[in-house]
Design a protein around this ligand. Structure first.
Ligand code: ADP
Length: 319
């Protein structure tokens, strides 16, 4: 392997730049040429490709987003689109690719591997919804963004006696809501993995009120439904004022936390090592603080489970 390409695809996440930096510097350290492929798979099809050097990735470790930009490409999902992508790779002499993204991006990487281009996937998404790794790059940063917002909402919630219902991202996964709910001390956390028990949510608010509690914070993962609907249910049951905040894309931005930067650095270098050892069609991850790699598709077939312990703890601490 002499030339490796790197691309970011799907939803962006803080820490992707630190991963790009790690891949680029690790390639150069190993005397491998490295090419940045801009705008994800669509940019690959269109040939937005240039060689990267040590300095190309200077001053990006602290930046959110992705300097290689991202895209969603319908064309790449077709055989004809992938033919064009392969023609570009042949033109540039790129013989391996590292893809940073989510499960959709990994499916694309598998398709390229099947066409003879060895690929390795690095999990980068704030949703923490990829099996085969305990954490994805960007999750920790998003978590910190959410708790900062919840802490601020709590200040105003205490001043007025209100129920705040806050919707967080996570697609079909409840990790972001669960972890931020525990970290910010939410009264109830609604996640797609556990069917919502609204009677219990309402009861908890009532119990709190009887103790003299002036506010409640309910975290809703987007995958379990709209915060507006849940707030309406609470309002109709209890005849209290509710306020809804949908945190939205603020959760995707910001400077990556130390954890995400270090994770990105480790996974980036590990991916280069794997390609140089002749591995292909793998995804990298971290489990029990050890770097691991799995078949990229078999890993996705596993159902990712929520941490049951953490969920039970959240109930215990918000009695
Ligand atoms: P994420 O990687 O964040 O899950 P998407 O699901 O949008 O984001 O996937 C990113 C891109 O990966 C898609 O726009 C498409 O180009 C490519 N992709 C997704 N699924 C497939 C597939 N089954 N075959 C080929 N390419 C795919």
């Amino acid at each position: 392997m002499k030339r490796i390409g790197i691309l970011t695809s799907g939803g962006d996440a803080p820490g992707m730049n630190a991963a790009i930096r790690s891949v680029v510097r690790s390639c150069i350290y190993n005397n491998i040429e490295v090419f940045g492929i801009y705008y994800g798979y669509q940019g690959l099809i269109e040939g937005h490709i240039e060689q990267l050097h040590i300095g190309s990735v200077g001053d990006i470790i602290q930046k959110g987003g992705t300097v290689l930009y991202s895209s969603r490409s319908e064309e790449f999902k077709t055989e004809e689109g992938r033919d064009k992508a392969i023609a570009q790779l042949n033109h540039y002499g790129i013989d391996g690719i590292i893809v940073i993204g989510g499960d959709g991006s990994f499916k694309g990487a598998k398709k390229l591997t099947e066409r003879g281009i060895p690929c390795v996937g690095i999990p980068g998404t704030i949703d923490n919804d990829i099996p085969g790794t305990d954490y994805t790059i960007g999750f920790d940063t998003a978590l910190n963004t959410v708790i900062e917002a919840v802490d601020k909402i709590r200040d105003t919630a205490t001043s007025h006696e209100r129920i705040y219902v806050i919707e967080v991202m996570g697609r079909d996964a409840g990790d972001l809501a669960l972890w931020s709910g525990v970290a910010a001390g939410a009264e109830s956390i609604l996640i797609p993995e556990v069917p919502p028990n609204m009677a219990e949510v309402v009861d908890k608010i009532k119990r709190g009120h009887e103790r003299g509690k002036r506010h409640s914070i309910i975290l809703v993962a987007e995958g379990v439904g709209s915060a507006v609907d849940y707030a309406d249910q609470i309002k109709n049951e209890l005849h209290v004022e509710t306020r809804v905040t949908v945190l939205g894309h603020t959760q995707r931005g910001g400077s990556p936390t130390a954890y995400d930067r270090v994770l990105a650095g480790r996974l980036g270098a590990f991916s280069v090592d794997l390609l140089l050892k002749g591995e292909q069609g793998r995804m990298v991850g971290i489990e029990h603080n050890q770097l691991v790699h799995h078949d990229i598709i078999e890993a996705l077939d596993q159902k990712r489970k929520i941490s049951k312990d953490l969920y039970e703890l959240s109930n215990q601490l918000s009695i």
